[in-house]
Design a protein around this ligand. Structure first.
Ligand SMILES: Nc1ncnc2c1ncn2[C@@H]1O[C@H](COP(=O)(O)OP(=O)(O)OP(=O)(O)O)[C@@H](O)[C@H]1O
Length: 242
């Protein structure tokens, strides 16, 4: 049976401020979703609740079929959330990639083999022995993806994975996400604008004014990405001077 994530009457408030109410959302295995919304709309909060890292005020997130529990009742081992500024440990890239698998009790040989594969996959082989804290923003994103990839998540929640990346790094992240989708991973990407990563998504959700709306057509996002492309290809003299 394919993995499903269902949201039912989810409410999140901070103090007296209601951030959102989401009556229903069903995500099935292999889907690709773009979660859009302005700064502060609640994208990060929603993803953290989906990953079991934050509690809703009421309502439920159900991931079925139920699997072995990890260290918390709320955290499902198949759902992984990647923060927009990936946290790295004060150690080498190899140690950072190996961490989750070691925690899950992988054997020494399994960890070694999989870490090598993950480093090649994320194009980080040449940086394997480098201190992770010396990595650039784009390399950190790839490290975070390698750390997730090694755990073979079935649902991956990527929070603004392209924030502050240049076009080349965005393309590299997009290629890695494309491969994850090809492997059947369900991917949700939050981003307030369209880019090469969100272009891979076939479902588009907008978190706005405390509610989640789904757009069934790709029209608006395709148009936006065309405009984005045109915008970035413009010569400086095409910009209006203020
Ligand atoms: N622990 C908290 N306590 C109080 N308010 C919070 C807390 N966490 C988040 N918020 C508020 O909730 C709102 C939504 O935050 P969130 O980070 O989920 O938005 P976002 O859509 O991911 O924004 P961005 O695009 O800027 O990353 C913000 O106004 C934020 O200040």
């Amino acid at each position: 049976m394919g993995l499903e994530l269902n949201i039912d009457n989810l409410v999140k408030r901070f103090g007296t401020r209601e951030l959102f109410t989401i009556e229903k959302l069903r995500i099935t295995e292999g889907e690709s979703l773009h979660l859009k919304g302005e700064n502060g709309a609640g994208k990060t909060t929603l993803m953290k609740i989906m990953a079991g890292l934050e509690k809703p005020c009421s309502g439920k997130v159900m991931v079925t079929p139920k699997q072995r529990r990890w260290w918390s009742n709320r955290i499902h081992p198949d759902v992984i959330y990647l923060h927009q500024t990936p946290y790295v440990f004060m150690s080498t890239v190899i140690d950072n990639v190996a961490y989750g698998l070691k925690l899950r009790g992988g054997s020494r040989q399994e960890v070694k083999t999989k870490v090598q594969q993950a480093l090649v996959w994320a194009r980080l082989g040449h940086l394997a022995e480098h201190p992770a804290c010396s990595l650039s923003g784009g390399e950190r994103q790839r490290l975070a993806l390698a750390r997730a990839w090694i755990l073979a998540p079935r649902i991956l929640l990527l929070d603004e994975p392209t924030a502050n990346l240049d076009r080349h790094s965005v393309s590299t992240v997009a290629e890695l996400v494309r491969q994850l989708l090809e492997q059947g991973t369900t991917v949700m990407v939050s981003s307030h604008q369209s880019n090469r990563v969100t272009e891979l998504c076939t479902r588009h959700l907008l978190l706005e004014s405390g509610a989640l709306h789904e757009s069934s057509s790709l029209e608006s996002s395709s148009l936006e990405s065309v405009l984005y492309e045109v915008d970035t290809k413009m010569e400086p003299q095409h910009y209006v001077q203020h």
